[in-house]
Design a protein around this ligand. Structure first.
Ligand code: FRU
Length: 400
């Protein structure tokens, strides 16, 4: 667990789920309306707090009623508000978001009438008390001084900077961070057609930072210090439910894995996976239930009634035998009760589709697929151990 300070935006999101996006002059009825807190840093910190970190936000908040909602929600998200800067003039920043039910894509209309965090406010924070500092690439005028302070007072704590949009002067700050996370919006605004081209360009002037460029459904490019640029494909997901905050989730998982000491490659891979899990659900609540701690062990499409699939999971100390049975799936520990050896130790597990049995390859014990009971062979009447699984609406199979 690490102490993480995030500096950036907190926004009130009004999210309307719509059957499709509208054109100008059209009228449309939304299917659902949800008010929620948002803003990149706030979202990233929320995911980090779900991952077990102690998070604190440095952001400005207005004094209107909407700001009260934001404070309540930050508390619920277990994000400390100690370093919030209250501003009397101005209103709570708002985003009006339409979420297309057909493909999970979102449009955001953002309204802002609130000053950004001042340099003086940030300068009062004891940054040395944190293990990681994350900054949203905005408020450039003050960000330069904030990064300067961070660089001066921190000895070994990493600094990450998210660059989502082109903002005048932002490039001059790149050398102040240890990890730069670019979005494809920034890359395209800069005239690059993929992440590799952008990172090549950045590497030339920023040799001492880890670089990552995310590209939505296409995946991500990354380069460690003095290392070649590599690419990782995005996870294929169907259906996509909600992409709002997927990038923020990616950033959180990336930071989390780097804190854990994983390589940049491993961290990007996990961040990709985590962002994909986010796209399969509405919002950011309870993200972990389906994520890193519980990866899908298989998808129902990989299974048949005629053969078994043997899979491994970090969360189960034995491999697992999966097979389709009637309308469902049967899952057993890959362990024959006769001599406690894997059923596929000598050869593959034979299936008899007529008798509905499967045979241990070592001493020919036959087990009923339906309940795992041995009906013939050296461990007659003993049983395979059932593994509890659940299957979600897209056929992904999880351990319970
Ligand atoms: C999602 C998000 C929303 C917010 C908007 C701000 O990444 O942070 O929660 O309204 O972007 O640009």
């Amino acid at each position: 667990m690490a102490k993480i300070l995030g500096t950036g935006n907190t926004v009130l999101d009004t999210i309307l789920t719509v059957p499709h996006h509208t054109k100008e002059n059209q009228e449309l009825r939304a299917i659902n309306k949800k008010i929620s807190t948002g803003g990149n840093t706030n979202n990233t910190l929320y995911v980090l707090s779900q991952l077990g970190h102690e998070t604190s936000i440095c952001t400005t908040l207005a004094t209107d009623n909407e700001a009260k909602l934001l404070i309540m929600d930050l508390k619920k998200r277990q994000i400390s508000t100690t370093h919030v800067q209250k501003i009397i003039q101005g209103q709570t920043p708002s985003s009006f978001i339409t979420l297309n039910q057909e493909n999970g894509h979102r449009t955001i209309i953002h309204y802002r009438d609130l000053p950004e965090v001042s340099f003086e406010h940030f300068a009062k924070i004891t940054v040395e008390a944190f293990d990681w500092l994350h900054f949203e690439g905005r408020n450039i005028e003050n960000l330069a001084g904030m990064l300067n302070i961070a660089k001066t007072f921190l000895t070994k704590q990493p600094i990450s900077l998210e660059i989502e949009k082109s903002r005048e002067g932002i490039e001059a700050l790149f050398n102040q961070a240890n990890l730069l996370i670019f979005s494809h919006h920034y890359a395209t605004e800069q005239g690059f057609s993929d992440g590799e081209m952008l990172l090549k360009h950045i590497q030339a002037s920023v040799p001492n930072a880890k670089l990552v460029c995310t590209w939505g459904e296409q995946g991500a490019w990354f380069a460690d210090i003095n290392q070649p640029i590599q690419y990782i494909k995005a996870e294929v997901i169907h259906p996509v439910i909600d992409t709002l905050g997927a990038g923020d989730t990616f950033n959180a998982a990336l930071i989390h894995h780097l804190i854990q000491g994983d390589s940049l490659k491993e961290s990007v891979k996990n961040a990709n996976y985590f962002a994909a899990q986010k796209c399969k659900q509405f919002g950011l609540d309870n993200l972990l239930q389906k994520s890193i701690t519980n990866k899908a062990i298989a998808n129902i499409k990989q299974l048949s009634t005629a053969k078994t699939l043997v899979v491994n999971s970090k969360n189960h100390n034995q491999s697992i035998v999966l097979i389709k049975h009637q309308d469902g799936v049967k899952a057993y520990e890959n362990n024959c009760p006769h001599q406690n050896v894997p059923l596929d130790e000598a050869y593959k597990i034979d299936i008899n589709p007529f008798e509905k049995t499967m045979k241990c390859s070592v001493h020919d014990a036959y087990f009923q697929i339906e309940d795992g009971t041995c009906i013939e062979g050296p461990c007659w009447n003993e049983s395979l151990t059932t593994v509890d699984i659940t299957i979600d609406d897209i056929g992904d199979i999880y351990l319970k």
